[in-house]
Design a protein around this ligand. Structure first.
Ligand code: ZN
Length: 253
């Protein structure tokens, strides 16, 4: 029995430190960091040994996408459920919608499961040195739990987006969770033009783990100025500044 319980304990333990932090990051449980002041982005690497990569990493995100190589990157298959229940968490860093199992993306023969999506204001990625009003990140975890594919969608002021309207109407203004009866179709949060950039990077929040395949769509979606203001009233600034590209390549299709 002892042997069995030791084995059970081992299996229950995180497979690797990165998986533990990844799971925490995916669930938004890591705390004690901010977007300004003594615990702001320039200091993340000093706040905890687990956050060291934020400071010393060479493949950090976000970046300024100011040049790219046209390289025929493989297609990405987006297999999202057409309706998911609107479960929204204000986790103290952003507004996050937790997704039930069943939505995936596939590329290069690997499948990634959509865990959550969330928002940044202003955008974290830049396009030719240009910042967008907001950016939405769809976080997909690999089936082996060891890496992520994140789809980035810019949001610019324009026509109102009905799905963003539902999300922003229901989001908690202070830390906490709201489970609504509303269902949403996330495909309304993707641009019609699926042209995109691909590069290898990191989480844009501590622990800044370098385990993310980034897929950033070139064309923004729109939201009304009023919708954007609803988010900004809660999170005026939740974006990490652009990081050095170093020896990486940005590919496009
Ligand atoms: Zn993000």
């Amino acid at each position: 029995m002892l042997r069995r319980s030791v084995l059970t304990g081992l299996l229950a333990a995180p497979i690797c430190p990165i998986c533990a932090s990844l799971a925490q990051a995916a669930e938004g449980h890591i705390s004690h960091w901010t977007y300004e002041g003594h615990e702001g982005p320039e200091h993340w690497g000093e706040l905890s040994p687990e956050f060291k990569t934020c400071e010393v990493g060479k493949q950090q995100s976000p970046i300024d996408i100011d040049h790219s190589i046209h390289a025929g990157i493989s297609e990405i298959k987006i297999n999202w459920q057409s309706k998911i229940p609107l479960h929204i968490v204000n986790n103290g860093h952003t507004i996050q919608i937790n997704c039930p199992p069943g939505s995936t993306v596939e590329h290069d023969g690997a499948k990634y499961i959509l865990k959550q999506f969330h928002f940044h204001h202003p955008s974290e990625h830049l396009l030719d040195h240009k910042t967008f009003e907001m950016e939405c990140h769809f976080v997909h975890l690999a089936e082996d739990g060891k890496s992520l594919t994140v789809l980035g969608v810019f949001i610019t002021p324009g026509a109102a987006n009905p799905v963003l309207g539902e999300v922003f109407k229901a989001m908690p203004k202070t830390a906490g969770e709201v489970k609504t009866e509303t269902t949403i179709d996330m495909s309304a949060l993707l641009p019609a033009d699926k042209s995109r950039y691909f590069y290898e990077g990191s989480l844009t929040t501590p622990p800044c783990s370098e385990i993310v395949d980034w897929e950033v769509f070139r064309t923004p979606i729109t939201a009304s100025a009023e919708q954007i203001k609803t988010f900004v009233d809660i999170y005026p600034s939740d974006a990490r500044p652009a990081q050095p590209l170093n020896r990486r390549m940005i590919l496009d299709n």
